[in-house]
Design a protein around this ligand. Structure first.
Ligand SMILES: C[S@@+](CC[C@H](N)C(=O)[O-])C[C@H]1O[C@@H](n2cnc3c(N)ncnc32)[C@H](O)[C@@H]1O
Length: 345
């Protein structure tokens, strides 16, 4: 039966979320506008107006509520679970902003170097988005989600959930207790929490190279059924060959050098069972929405995203196919795209 009430709840909470984060985005932009675009940079492609972006967000949030109506996942947005904690994090984000803005002005992406401990790849030990502490501090893990939602007008969670539609189809006729799923580069676990709500009995694993992000992810799962956490490099995952039914990977590949993208793809194909599903969610690429290409050009100029330019023109389709991950579907969701691939049986 269609969950009409759930859809209404999700729509109301999505609209409130978008309004809230758009307001925060406006304040943050005002505080950093003068330094975000270096003098002399003008994108060659078109840049959508804020209203056009917000119209696209509304479309995504409507589709998200529709998915709740269809019963693909239950309604719920994280902020409403603990509004006080959410407000504390926003306060901390604004306290951190002057420092972040000043490093952004200097184009200094090295604050993470103060805390690097152990053998980590060079490409990883940078302050992506000029985030204080890169991916390695507790403070960065605490602020990551409010920062990302602010950047995306409150649409980040819905962009991640866009991948759940193809998984619901894959799950038809399967017993979730016998299905294994790893979310590669799970970060603070926002997507895995939604996955757990939709699939309470699934065998879930969250893998990431950042211990502090994994700790935040574990905290965030609260009393939900536990997930297996693995602190590991996605280039060589400590998982058996052909052991996973589903692999997801959200917003990782645009932060990897081109050759590492290929190594991670190979490892994903290795751990997937034949016939298993790989759902990839990451930024749009050039030409996906041609009238937004200028925005993709500006992104790595405004934020520290050293591999984004090469990502934006990479042949993802060819890269996946070369590892036996065949195309099953593709969908654009605001600033992201979902590519659904199936490992050759
Ligand atoms: C942009 S965040 C995305 C996090 C999460 N998937 C999300 O949707 O918000 C990138 C994540 O990739 C992780 N990461 C980067 N390189 C990695 C690697 N080689 N192996 C595992 N995790 C990695 C970072 O620690 C960070 O949590």
């Amino acid at each position: 039966m269609a969950d009409q009430m759930g859809m209404t709840l999700q729509l109301a909470s999505n609209v409130a979320r978008m309004t809230w984060y758009s307001g925060i985005n406006w304040v943050v932009q005002r505080q950093s506008r003068r330094i975000t675009i270096p003098a002399g940079f003008t994108p060659t492609g078109p840049v959508p107006a804020r209203n056009e972006l917000l119209a696209d967000v509304r479309e995504l949030l409507r589709a998200d509520a529709e998915a709740v109506r269809e019963g693909l996942y239950p309604p719920g947005n994280e902020e409403t679970a603990n509004p006080l904690e959410h407000l504390r994090r926003l306060r901390d984000m604004f306290q951190d902003l002057p420092d972040l803005v000043s490093r952004r002005k200097e184009r200094d992406a090295t604050s993470v170097q103060d805390v690097v401990d152990g053998d980590l790849p060079d490409y990883f030990t940078q302050d992506f988005h000029f985030q204080t502490g890169g991916y390695l501090t507790e403070g960065s893990a605490r602020l990551y989600d409010v920062q990302v939602e602010t950047l995306f007008y409150g649409a980040a969670a819905a962009m991640r959930r866009a991948g759940l539609r193809s998984i619901a189809q894959f799950m038809q006729g399967k017993d979730q207790r016998h299905v294994s799923w790893v979310d590669v580069a799970c970060g603070t676990g926002r997507f895995l929490r939604d996955v757990r709500l939709a699939y309470p009995a699934m065998q879930l694993t969250g893998l990431d190279l950042s211990g502090t992000y994994l700790e935040e992810a574990e905290r965030h799962m609260g009393r939900l059924r536990p997930v297996q956490w693995l602190k590991a490099n996605a280039e060589a995952m400590p998982l058996e060959d052909s052991s996973q039914d589903i692999v997801t990977c959200v917003f990782l590949f645009h932060e990897l050098p081109p050759e590492v993208r290929r190594i991670v793809t190979r490892d994903i194909a290795r751990i997937l069972k034949p016939g298993g599903l790989f759902v990839f969610t990451d930024s749009l690429q050039m030409g996906d929405k041609p009238s937004w290409d200028g925005l993709l050009e500006a992104f790595p100029v405004r934020f520290h995203e050293p591999y984004y330019r090469s990502y934006a023109i990479d042949d993802l389709d060819g890269m996946f196919t070369a590892e036996g991950l065949e195309a099953e579907g593709k969908e654009l969701a605001f600033l992201s795209k979902v590519m659904v691939r199936r490992k050759n049986a």
